[in-house]
Design a binder for this molecule. Structure first.
Ligand code: FES
Ligand SMILES: [Fe+2]
Length: 428
C-alpha cells in the first residue's frame, strides 16, 4: 500500500515532477527505427512524459525531435512539409531544422535577422538497434548511448515491437517484475506459444504455484529471484533483472530467444509497452521471426496501420468465455501481451495504491517502488544523478536455472546475470 502522495510521486512524469525529472536523465525509446524509414519521409507525432513533439528525418538523414507546435501561431507541424533540409509549417511557411532552429520566415526580409531569434524545444534522436532513442534532460548531463544487450547484438539476432497501453506506466511495469502471475494468467501459453513451449523449466512453473521470492539489489536496480520446487530437493530459479527506471527482462525458457520490456510514459494515463526478443549467440530462425512478426510471445497483433492492439478496451480484448471455462486460456483473453494489458488497463488509468493488499510475492514490486521514490527524491533535493544511467549498468541478463538448495542465486549466477558477448544465456 502507498500513501496518496507517494502514489502521485511515482506515477506522475510531466515536466517539473520529481519522477518526470528522473525519467529525463535516461535515454528512452521514442520510436521504432522503421517509423522514419527514409530521408524526407512523413513526420511522426511523438508524445513522451506528457510533452508533445514531432520526429522527422531530413533530406540528409539527420534525425530530430522538436516541439510539435509552430512558433508562429501554434499549428501542429505534423502537417508540415518535410523538404530541403527542414520541416516547413504549411500555414505561413516557417521552416525548422532537426534542432528546432527556425531557418526561414518567408514573409520577413532575409536580412532582418528575425528567424535567428526563433527556436523550438528539441531533443536528440539517435538510432541504437531497432530503436530511435531520445534524451530529454539537461544537455550537459547527457549520458553515453544505451548499451542494453538486445539493442547491441547484430540485427539478425533481435526483434523489437511497441504497443499502446491505456494505463499509467508504473502498473504496467509492475506486471513485468511480478513473475508470480505467470503460473496463473499465462499458464495456458507456456505449452502452446511457439516462443515458450517445450522448455524444460515450464513444468516447474506449472506445478508450483507458491514461488518464494528473493530480491537482491544491484548497482542500478534489482535482481528478482522466484524460486520454485524442482526434483530431488533442488530449486528452479527464475531471475528477472530490473534496471532503473523501467527496463525488465523475462527469464529465458530453453533455447528460445529471451524477451523483455520497457514501459515508457506517454502521459500519466497512457504508456508505450516496448517488447523485445533476442538471442545472445545466434540469429533468430525464420520460424521465430515469423512468429514474432505475427504477434506471438510477448508481442501482439495490431489495428492495421497503428500500434494499437487489435484486442483492446473497445472490444473487451476479444474475451472468449468458452476458452476461459475450458482452461485453454486462464483469463479468456488470448496472447501474453493482451492478457497483461487487459488486466492492467482494467485497474483504471492510475491504480489507487492506497487500497491494495500486498503479499510476499509482491516483494520485487515493493522494493522497486522504494528505489524509484528514493532516487526521485535524491534527484529533486540533492541533484543526485540516478542509478542506471551508465551503459555498464545496463548490461544485465535474466537467468533460469536449477540450483541445489544451499546455493544463493546471486553468487551461483554472478556471471550469468551479466551480458557476455556471443555467450548463450543460462537457461533451462
Ligand atoms: S502557424 Fe506556422 S507558419 Fe504560421
Ligand atoms: Fe505477464
Amino acid at each position: 500500500m502507498l500513501r496518496k502522495e507517494v502514489n502521485d510521486l511515482v506515477t506522475q512524469t510531466g515536466p517539473g515532477t520529481p519522477m518526470g525529472e528522473l525519467f529525463r536523465r535516461y535515454w528512452i525509446p521514442a520510436l521504432l527505427a522503421e517509423e522514419l524509414p527514409e530521408n524526407d519521409c512523413p513526420p511522426v507525432r511523438v508524445k513522451l512524459l506528457s510533452e508533445r513533439m514531432i520526429a522527422f528525418r531530413d533530406s540528409d538523414g539527420k534525425l530530430g525531435l522538436i516541439d510539435e507546435f509552430c512558433a508562429h501561431r501554434g499549428v501542429s507541424l505534423w502537417f508540415g512539409r518535410n523538404e530541403e533540409g527542414g520541416l516547413r509549417c504549411p500555414y505561413h511557411g516557417w521552416k525548422y531544422d532537426v534542432e528546432g532552429n527556425c531557418t526561414d520566415v518567408p514573409s520577413e526580409p532575409a536580412d532582418s535577422g528575425f528567424c535567428e531569434k526563433i527556436k523550438l524545444q528539441s531533443y536528440p534522436l539517435v538510432k541504437v538497434g531497432d530503436i530511435l532513442w531520445t534524451y530529454m534532460g539537461p544537455k550537459e548531463l547527457q549520458p553515453e548511448l544505451p548499451a542494453f544487450e538486445f539493442a547491441t547484438v547484430p540485427a539478425e539476432q533481435t526483434f523489437t515491437s511497441k504497443r499502446f497501453q491505456e494505463s499509467n506506466w508504473l502498473q504496467a511495469m509492475e506486471g513485468g517484475i511480478d513473475s508470480s502471475h505467470v503460473s496463473f494468467l499465462h499458464s495456458g501459453n507456456l505449452n502452446t506459444d511457439p516462443l515458450f513451449k517445450g522448455a524444460e523449466g515450464n513444468k516447474y512453473n506449472l506445478s508450483d504455484y507458491m514461488p518464494f521470492f528473493e530480491v537482491a539489489k544491484h548497482d542500478a536496480g534489482l535482481y528478482i529471484g522466484a524460486r520454485r520446487n524442482a526434483e530431488d530437493g533442488k530449486y528452479y530459479w527464475r531471475i528477472t533483472p530490473w534496471v532503473m527506471p523501467c527496463f525488465t527482462m523475462v527469464p529465458p525458457r530453453g533455447d528460445h530467444p529471451v524477451h523483455g520490456h520497457f514501459w515508457i510514459p506517454i502521459d500519466d494515463e497512457n504508456c508505450w509497452a516496448w517488447s523485445y526478443d533476442y538471442h545472445p549467440s545466434r540469429a533468430l530462425t525464420k520460424e521465430e521471426r515469423a512468429a514474432l512478426e505475427a504477434g506471438k510471445g510477448v508481442h501482439c497483433e495490431y489495428v492495421p496501420g497503428t500500434h494499437i492492439p487489435k484486442a483492446n478496451k473497445t472490444n473487451d480484448y476479444l474475451m472468449d468465455r468458452q476458452a476461459q471455462k475450458e482452461g485453454r486460456t486462464y483469463s479468456g483473453v488470448e496472447g501474453i501481451a493482451i492478457q497483461d494489458s487487459s488486466l492492467q488497463e482494467s485497474m483504471g488509468p492510475i491504480v489507487d495504491r492506497t487500497k491494495e493488499n500486498l503479499v510476499s510475492t509482491d516483494n520485487g514490486v515493493i522494493m522497486a517502488r522504494q528505489m524509484l521514490r528514493k532516487a526521485a527524491i535524491a534527484l529533486r533535493d540533492k541533484d543526485q544523478q540516478p542509478p542506471g544511467v551508465a551503459p555498464e549498468q545496463q548490461k544485465v541478463r535474466s537467468v533460469s536455472v536449477v540450483l541445489p538448495p544451499e546455493q544463493a542465486f546471486e553468487e551461483a549466477c554472478a556471471d550469468d546475470l551479466r551480458a557476455r558477448q556471443g555467450v548463450p544465456h543460462t537457461s533451462v
